[in-house]
Design a protein around this ligand. Structure first.
Ligand code: GAP
Length: 439
């Protein structure tokens, strides 16, 4: 089993990510665009599985949740009412000598770390990206790329309530892109200017918010553990009063021990009735809820578990990486949770012999209808096992010459390297059972 501290440093994981097609630098053939990344063939599957695991856990798996997919572009008034135009900013300083810019609250020195120059006075820098809607580029046509998916949920609160007939407490989940013009992005996909969020806005009766905050903190912490991150590499951190966002009464961060130190994976905030109240006031719409039990009308409070897809994906990938001694060599293996691994089952014919090919292809056709699969017949079977270990494939199915006669294949387990022989007729059921209940 892997060790407590992640084995991987960032250089290792970045080079593996590129070599095996997880993450590429965006626009690389033009020299790259700073801190912008593209997910390759394996990365896109890993990230899709992270999102599916989240959606299953917080939307499909619960009676008190529904989903939403709101537009990235929203009426500009949304961002005035939400407080983002006024408050969503970081303190920016500029070096008077080399003109590099930094976030003042992240600096450890009073002088420019690049050239030792003096800084300007800090000024507030709004993090929202702006663009124009339609062919006229003036302030009347200015819109923002959303800096959080949450506001799409708040402005649809009445629509969802009326169409889904949900009763409080209930929540709305959403996964989607968000954009922030970060002053200092960095650490690979950890802090970027374009990223994906997975957010829940959970609407509760005022007065029950603190209890629901605790429930969601536990629920979300356990989700990371259940999907393979070792508890030792996770911690909860409650925000100090002076670091709370402008909308929050209380917030807990779930942090991961990244190679450069602890960093936030997800924040769970008590947003009170701040957003619904502001939107009701600014739009003139009634956003209250009628509680049939108590015959009262009120603005619900909101508990918001808000996580980053890219950060979660990076943490799962980092935490799973391991190097195990194997004779004179080292086995690089990623112990990704079986449901997150980009490829769930690899089908490996023992050789490229023409007699084996039709049987092996049939097995692959059978499995690809149920799982993320890969067919690999290049090089020795030992090397192919290693390739699959490195990308975290939990099961390899080997097709050999006996398969042609006895219709049986071998399943090899990534972590124990144990092999079992099973009938092809039972293969889908056996793998589904393993996937659901463990090795
Ligand atoms: N709606 C609340 C909200 O947006 P946040 O703490 O600013 O709260 C939530 O963001 C999550 O989004 C973070 O925990 C992080 O995982 C992710 N996130 C925020 N900024 C990011 C960035 N620049 N790059 C990558 N992920 C980011």
């Amino acid at each position: 089993m892997p060790r407590v501290l992640p084995y991987a440093d960032m250089d290792k994981i970045m080079s593996l990510s590129k070599r095996r097609g997880f993450v590429f630098q965006s626009s690389e053939i033009y020299g790259g665009l700073a801190s912008t990344w593209d997910y390759g063939p394996l990365g896109v599957e890993l990230k899709r599985h992270v999102k599916e695991a989240w959606w299953q856990s917080v939307v499909l798996g619960r009676d008190d949740m529904v989903g939403l997919d709101a537009a990235i572009l929203m009426a500009p008034q949304v961002w005035v009412a939400s407080g983002h135009v006024e408050n969503f900013s970081d303190p920016l300083v500029e070096c008077r000598e080399c003109h590099l810019r930094f976030r003042a609250d992240q600096l450890e020195t009073e002088r420019c770390p690049e050239c030792g120059g003096e800084f300007t006075e800090p000024r507030r820098f709004n993090l929202m990206f702006r663009t124009f809607m339609g062919p006229v580029e003036d302030t009347g046509h200015e819109v923002f790329l959303r800096p959080e998916t949450a506001q799409g949920i708040f402005v649809n609160f009445q629509n969802v309530l009326n169409s889904s007939r949900k009763k409080l407490p209930f929540g709305i989940g959403q996964i989607g892109k968000a954009f922030r013009n970060e002053i200092t992005p960095g650490n690979f996909t950890f802090r970027t200017r374009e990223f994906e969020q997975m957010e829940v806005e959970f609407f509760v009766k005022p007065g029950t918010d603190e209890e629901w905050l605790q429930k969601w903190v536990d629920e979300r912490f356990n989700w990371y553990v259940k999907h393979g991150i070792r508890k030792e590499n996770l911690r909860l951190r409650r925000h100090d009063r002076d670091e709370l966002a402008h909308y929050a009464k209380d917030t807990y961060d779930i942090e991961y021990r990244f190679p450069w130190g602890w960093g936030e994976l997800e924040g769970i905030a008590d947003r009170t009735d701040f957003d619904l109240g502001r939107h009701a006031e600014a739009s003139g719409e009634d956003l209250t809820y009628f509680d049939e039990e108590t015959r009262e009308r009120y603005l619900p409070y909101v508990i918001e578990p808000s996580g980053g897809v890219d950060r979660a994906t990076l943490a799962f990938w980092l935490d799973s990486y391991d190097e195990e001694p194997d004779g004179d060599t080292v086995r690089v293996v990623s112990h990704l949770h079986r449901k997150l691994a980009p490829i769930t089952v690899a089908v490996l014919p023992l050789s490229r012999n023409a007699r084996l090919a039709p049987t092996a292809r049939n097995v692959h056709d059978l499995l690809r209808r149920h799982f993320s699969t890969q067919f690999d017949d290049a090089q020795s079977v030992g090397r192919r096992y290693r390739r699959q270990d490195e990308i975290g494939t939990p099961y390899c199915v080997t097709v050999d010459f006996d398969t042609i006669d006895d219709q049986q294949v071998t399943i090899r387990d990534r972590d124990t390297m144990h092999q079992v022989r099973v009938p092809v007729a039972n293969l889908v059921n056996i793998l589904q059972d393993k996937l659901e209940h463990g090795w």
